[in-house]
Design a protein around this ligand. Sequence first.
Ligand SMILES: Nc1ncnc2c1ncn2[C@@H]1O[C@H](COP(=O)(O)OP(=O)(O)OP(=O)(O)O)[C@@H](O)[C@H]1O
Length: 251
Amino acid sequence: MIRVSNLNLSFGEEERRNQVLFDVNLSIRQGEIFGLVGESGSGKTTVLKCLAGLFTHWHGELAIDGVPLEHRIARERCRSVQMVFQDPYGSLHPRHTIGDILEEPLQIHGIGQRQQRVIAMLEKVGLNRAWQTRYPHQLSGGQRQRVAIARALILEPRVLLLDEPTSALDVSVQAEILNLLSDLQQQEKLTYLMVTHDLGVVAHLCHRVAVMQHGKVLETLDVDALVHNRAQVAYTQMLVDASRQDNGVLA
Ligand SMILES: Nc1ncnc2c1ncn2[C@@H]1O[C@H](COP(=O)(O)OP(=O)(O)OP(=O)(O)O)[C@@H](O)[C@H]1O
C-alpha cells in the first residue's frame, strides 16, 4: 500500500548540506498500522512529510497503492493520503469554525452534499452537528484532535500519516484518541503510518514497526517480536529497555 524505496533527502547546499535520510526503505501493507520509532532527529517526521508532499526535493521512489508519487503535490494525492499533526492547537485555523474547517477540503475538491458529509464525519469522530459553529479555541485538546482527524478523513483517504497524534494531549485523553484511531482504522479499512516515541502506543496499536536512527532504518519487526525481546539490533533493545524502566508499558 505504501512503498518507500531508497528515499534520500538533504537540506542546504554544498558545505551546509545536511543529509537527513539515507536510503530509507519501507513496505506497508493495506490495512496495516505501521509505527516509526527512534530518537529525536532521526528523520521520522521527514519520511511522513515526503509522503504527504510537504517536502518535494527527495530522491528515490515513493508509491501509494502502486501509484508512484511525483515531486510535487498533486490534487489526487490529497484524496488518497492525509496527515494528522502532533499539535492540534497549531493545525486548525483559529478564525474558522469547525464547520468551515471540515467543509473547506470538500469545496476545494468540488465534492457535493457537504453539510451531510460534515455532520456524518463529526459523528464518526465522536462529536455531533452542534460542534459545527464552534471555534478551535472553544475546544479541549482532545476535541481539537478529533476535529483534526475528521478533517484528515473528510476526503475519504485510504492512508493516514500520523505524526505523534497523542503526544500533545493529557495522558487521560491519549487513550481516547488512540481508541478512536483504532476504531476508525477498522471501520474505514485504513492504512496508518504513525510516528511515535512511545513504545506503549506501538504495543497498543501497531502491527509492525521500523526503528530509525540518524536517518536510516535499522530494522523492521513485528510488534510481537518487539514486545517479546526478539529485536535483532542493540539500539532497538535499548529503546525497549528504556521504555520498560520509564513506565513499564512493555513489561
Ligand atoms: N525544514 C528543515 N530544514 C532543515 N533541516 C530540517 C528541516 N526539517 C527537518 N530537518 C532536520 O532533519 C532531521 C530529522 O528531523 P525529523 O523532524 O524528521 O526528526 P524526527 O525523528 O521526527 O524527530 P522528533 O521525534 O524530534 O520529531 C533533523 O536533524 C532536523 O533538524
